[in-house]
Design a protein around this ligand. Structure first.
Ligand code: 13P
Ligand code: 13P
Ligand code: MG
Ligand code: MG
Length: 379
């Protein structure tokens, strides 16, 4: 089959049990019912409903291309239904990421985050779905840079002839809504010169230069800018295609063995160290964090998500591989907590808190107003 397939992840936080912890299972089931109906109606080919912390992630495959209004509408309606349940249970921040009452055909600018890629399915198509909670899109910039630009992480960049041709990196300026495409390896150092500023630049997309198509795509919808005021961190997703001219599955996972410091936990206003874990272990249990990252894997099978079919499955929905579940990730989890404890010693001081422009909460304008008359010019 050469017809192109589209893989979409649309995600939103529409309420959770006990602060910003976890959507209620009834909300997830409701989304599952809605998407099963979407398969029956022919809107999508297949789906998997999952979550990281308090964010519901809808993984969908279809033949309708990116930004399709039926697919986005289906996700939007699922979130609306889940919101109704959240409101009924008086869950925390019910409907948090749904910023408009009237859906206009695309979730962009409406609150939910989306990452989508359209491509010709290869003979074998291993897919990885990274999902993060309590952080921002630029959290993926460091690991994706290591994966696609650093041969000491991805040996494939040296020994796989097609990966060695390099990659095109689309970088977004998330504050001024601009983008630029740069090429590795030639422009690697200039790429890093931008990406180092995680408050402004983030990787949106990476494409193979060997004709394989998209290799990675990140949801970069800056919720704070979308809403005009801060309503929660983006909690971004990243879809990756792997193997055969692209980084191998293991090369995609490798950077997460080191805890990276990212912005966004506790009131969206603190730095913390990324904590790789299973979906089941993704409830934020320490200072609303640490910022969690999960990674699920499926093979694509003629547009359907091939995982492990559970015994006695009524729905026919397959289960993915949960890559950060195993004990080999315990060391980095422990290290993440250690780093977080150290950063927490700084309390309300930088770098524990974010830079002034990035704070979700701040009392400073009021404090400064009260002090207007008491501030004296220095000699
Ligand atoms: P196999 O030889 O097991 O297919 O693995 C190849 C590979 O690229 C693993 O990273
Ligand atoms: P979420 O963005 O995951 O809803 O978290 C918000 C927050 O402020 C947690 O402390
Ligand atoms: Mg929340
Ligand atoms: Mg969240």
């Amino acid at each position: 089959m050469s017809e192109k397939v589209t893989v979409s992840v649309i995600k939103a936080d529409v309420g959770s049990v006990v602060g910003h912890s976890r959507p209620h299972p009834a909300m997830m089931s409701k989304c599952g019912e809605m998407l099963a109906d979407g398969v029956k109606q022919g809107t999508i080919e297949d789906y998997y409903v999952t979550r990281v912390g308090d964010d519901i992630n809808l993984i969908m495959t279809h033949r309708k291309g990116e930004n399709n209004k039926d697919v986005h509408g289906l996700a939007w309606n699922a979130f609306m239904e889940a919101t109704k349940l959240a409101k009924k249970m008086k869950l925390y921040a019910a409907g948090q990421d749904l910023l408009t009452d009237a859906f206009s055909g695309n979730v962009k600018g409406a609150g939910p985050g989306s990452a989508e890629m359209e491509f010709v399915e290869r003979g074998s198509e291993p897919l990885l779905f990274f999902m993060a909670d309590k952080t921002e899109p630029a959290a993926y910039s460091l690991p994706l840079s290591k994966i696609f630009l650093d041969p000491f992480t991805t040996t494939g960049l040296v020994i796989d002839a097609r990966a060695k041709k390099g990659f095109d990196v689309e970088i977004h300026d998330v504050i001024d809504s601009k983008r630029v495409v740069m090429s590795s390896p030639e422009e690697t150092l200039s790429i890093l010169s931008l990406l180092g500023d995680t408050t402004r630049y983030a990787i949106k997309r990476i494409n193979s230069r060997a004709g394989i198509g998209p290799a990675a795509v990140v949801s970069t919808d800056k919720l704070n800018m979308t809403a005009g005021k801060y309503v929660g961190k983006d909690d971004p997703v990243c879809i990756c295609r792997s193997q055969s001219g692209l980084p191998a599955v293991g090369e995609f996972l490798q950077p997460y063995m080191t805890p990276m410091i990212v912005a966004g936990w506790m009131r969206g206003s603190h730095h913390g160290a990324l904590y790789p874990c299973s979906v089941d272990n993704s409830d934020p249990t320490y200072f609303d964090g640490p910022p969690r990252i999960c990674c699920l894997g499926f093979q694509l099978n003629n547009g359907r998500l091939q995982g492990i079919e559970p015994m006695n499955s009524k729905t026919g929905v397959h289960e993915p591989i949960d890559f950060f579940k195993g004990q080999e990730w315990d060391d980095v989890r422990n290290e993440s907590v250690k780093i977080c404890k150290m950063i927490r010693q700084h309390g309300p001081f930088m770098p524990a808190i974010l830079s002034p422009d990035e704070m979700e909460y701040t009392s400073r304008p009021e404090v400064l107003k009260e002090l207007t008359k008491r501030f004296e010019k220095l000699e």
